[in-house]
Design a protein around this ligand. Sequence first.
Ligand SMILES: [Zn+2]
Length: 234
Amino acid sequence: MKRSILFRMIAVVIVIALAFALCPTLYAQKQLDVYYHVATTEKVIALTFDDGPHPRFTDEILNILKEENVRATFFAIGSNVEAYPDVMRRVIAANHEIGNHTYGHPLIQTVTDFQLEEEIEKTDAILRDIGYQGNGLFRPPQGKCSNGMPALLERTNKTAILWNIDTRDWAHRPSEEIVREIENQVCGGDIILFHDYVSGESTTIPALKKLIPLLKERGYQFVTVSELLSLKDS
Ligand SMILES: [Zn+2]
């Protein structure tokens, strides 16, 4: 009797140990296509710009990136690409990377997965029409993920890119504050969120003018998100 209790206890311990051993693997698989940053020993950073293209700020951001010889990733809204195709063409011509940020920037909780898929496909088609081919990156509005997102990403062949440094430039934070905060926490593999469209005045441009030279001095290189993913430690 005592021996059978002992065997049962051992079996329970083995089951619990297996569950702990397997769960992180399952979790990692489920999270495989969602990146907040990339684990790398390289001193590389990806600058990302959401909500454009827009003539008010995108062109000026392109000028700064050109002056600094830096490539970045723009998560474009399909309706803005339709409204300002020439601005988007300039982003493409400057060899930056473009990701899909839906067609109309809906809140994820207000749309079905089917509607979200339509938003993604519509934006892909608009980008294709103006000559952009590579398009495997997706950033959900406000970085919110739905339960159906893993399956959606698989169906649309996308990788979800979020961020680990949020400049909150849309809230018109002083550029010095944005720069100071990034300076204090930056690490290789970071994905930094900026916006190339905000309502009202933008502090993004003065922040970039200070930030890029400062981080270059500290030995950082700027890469696109796809380049960053390729530098992931195995
Ligand atoms: Zn957005």
